[in-house]
Ligand binder design. Sequence first.
Ligand SMILES: Nc1ncnc2c1ncn2[C@@H]1O[C@H](COP(=O)(O)OP(=O)(O)OP(=O)(O)O)[C@@H](O)[C@H]1O
Ligand SMILES: [Mg+2]
Length: 272
Amino acid sequence: MALLDVEDLSVTYHGRGADVRAVDRVSLSVEPGEVVAVVGESGSGKSTLALSLTRLLPSPPAELRARRVRFEGVDLLTASEPQLQRLRGGRIAYVFQDPATSLNPVLTIGEQLREPIERHTDRRGHDADTVALDWLSRVGIPSAQRRLGAYPHEFSGGMQQRVMIAMAMASHPQLLIADEPTSALDVTVQVQILRLLRDLQRRLGLSLLLISHDLLVVQRLAHRTVVLSRGAVVESGPTEQVLQRPAHPYTKSLLEARASMTWRRGEGGPDG
Ligand SMILES: Nc1ncnc2c1ncn2[C@@H]1O[C@H](COP(=O)(O)OP(=O)(O)OP(=O)(O)O)[C@@H](O)[C@H]1O
Ligand SMILES: [Mg+2]
């Protein structure tokens, strides 16, 4: 049985102007231990899809319809708000693009890490601090003990994203939804964060829904890839097949855009 099973999910934003159908009858599934990528250009509905899975979008303006959204066999369409709250940041954890705005500037890293641990596990107080310390080391933060008392602004962007990943992992999620987890970071740091995500995923048998506009990121991590255009799935399949033998013109254009960027870099552009 699929861990996450989505069929015909649509999300419409009802605003003052015309309605926007941001997600259009999307079906996808994620198996235990599988990495599934969702790719598409800006505005294609990736974040809306990610947030709607645990009904994180305020309604109104967002209206969600689906034939099925199931996680570990539980129907998320009819789940109660307390049920969904237990799930979010628990069995389903999120990592977002910009760690600087996700972290609370006035709390120490240790205090912020303790929050998901105390909320989603039975570890409390000093015991929770031990778990927090353990996670900080596992995501590759050096001098973790000392860093527990530091504030977010004392960390680089890459280190902040490692903290966000530690916070997401501390509740032992089965599914991690990572929405552009490396887009705000320098190129070299991007590679390190991707490696960390891949190691955690493999070591823990985690399922990962990886959202990205960057096909190189997808190629490195994803078993299967779903291509989104204007909210709808235009192509999906094993990553290798989608990237090497794209069937849809939209996928081809994404690949061409990516290839020309790499080529420009090779020519000694701003990224060397
Ligand atoms: N709160 C909102 N109200 C109205 N429309 C919205 C809202 N949020 C997003 N949209 C629209 O929904 C569509 C999908 O947006 P979404 O942010 O999901 O795309 P995305 O693929 O994540 O883009 P990006 O790569 O830039 O993050 C866009 O047309 C966007 O303008
Ligand atoms: Mg987005």
